[in-house]
Design a protein around this ligand. Structure first.
Ligand code: GTP
Ligand code: MG
Length: 208
């Protein structure tokens, strides 16, 4: 029996993007390890995480690239967009500027990713309701206007964090069921039988 966690039906690669400090790394940490980090540890370039989920009896491996929000790293992080099938576009509900920059993040994701990428807008830090600067309606309207999904989360309390990943995975899975496998997606997004994390990482390098 293979000890590696290669026993899955699909592998979806996600990217997480958004301004510095909006909580991208904390969302990843909460989703993969059920932990919260109080201190802002600036992401340098890209961090990586993964988790197995179950949807309709299908085992789905979600592989996540958490990108740095800092402008200086943008040239590096953009090379990771290619091949992603899901994107979390994150802003901080307590910082209006992070929401106004979402238009720019959406443009970047659209220009550097596959056209069929499933994008979900995330308003994070809802535990800080008393400091809220962006209403839920603003987020909802932006998402509706741009044809993307929307959720508000707290990486601190874990509220709706799993939903953010699972809802988008459900949509991706539905798309595969309805339309078949899109040939424009690299095969590693659809099914891999034998790879472990290292193999996937080295494949990624080949595709860059
Ligand atoms: P970069 O890597 O620099 O782009 O930032 P990031 O988006 O990865 O932010 P990170 O996850 O490191 O979080 C930044 C700060 O916000 C940290 O101090 C976290 O503790 C805090 N934070 C993240 N999510 C939440 C949340 O949901 N609620 C609260 N209260 N704080 C949060
Ligand atoms: Mg980070």
């Amino acid at each position: 029996m293979n000890s590696k966690d290669s026993n899955y039906d699909y592998m979806f690669r996600y990217i997480i993007v958004g301004d510095m400090g909006v909580g991208k790394s904390c969302l990843l940490l909460q989703f993969t390890e059920n932990k919260f980090r109080q201190k802002h540890e600036l992401t340098i370039g890209v961090e990586f995480g993964g988790k197995m989920i179950d949807i309709n009896n299908k085992k789905i491996k979600i592989q996540i690239w958490d990108t740095a929000g800092q402008e200086a790293f943008q040239a590096i992080t953009r090379s990771y967009y290619k091949g992603a099938i899901g994107a979390l576009l994150v802003y901080d509900i307590t910082r209006k500027d992070t929401f106004s920059h979402i238009t720019k993040w959406l443009e970047v994701v659209k220009s550097y990713s596959d056209k069929k990428i499933c994008i979900i807008l995330i308003g994070n830090k809802i535990d800080l309701e008393n400091k809220r600067q962006v209403s839920k309606e603003n987020g909802e309207n932006f998402a509706k206007k741009n044809g993307i999904l929307f959720l508000e989360t707290s990486a601190k309390t874990a509220e709706r964090v799993n939903d953010a990943f699972i809802t988008s995975a459900q949509v991706i899975l539905e798309g595969i069921k309805l339309t078949g496998i899109d040939p424009t997606f690299p095969s590693q997004n659809i099914k891999i039988d034998e790879d472990d994390e290292d193999d996937i990482k080295s494949k990624k390098k080949c595709n860059c």
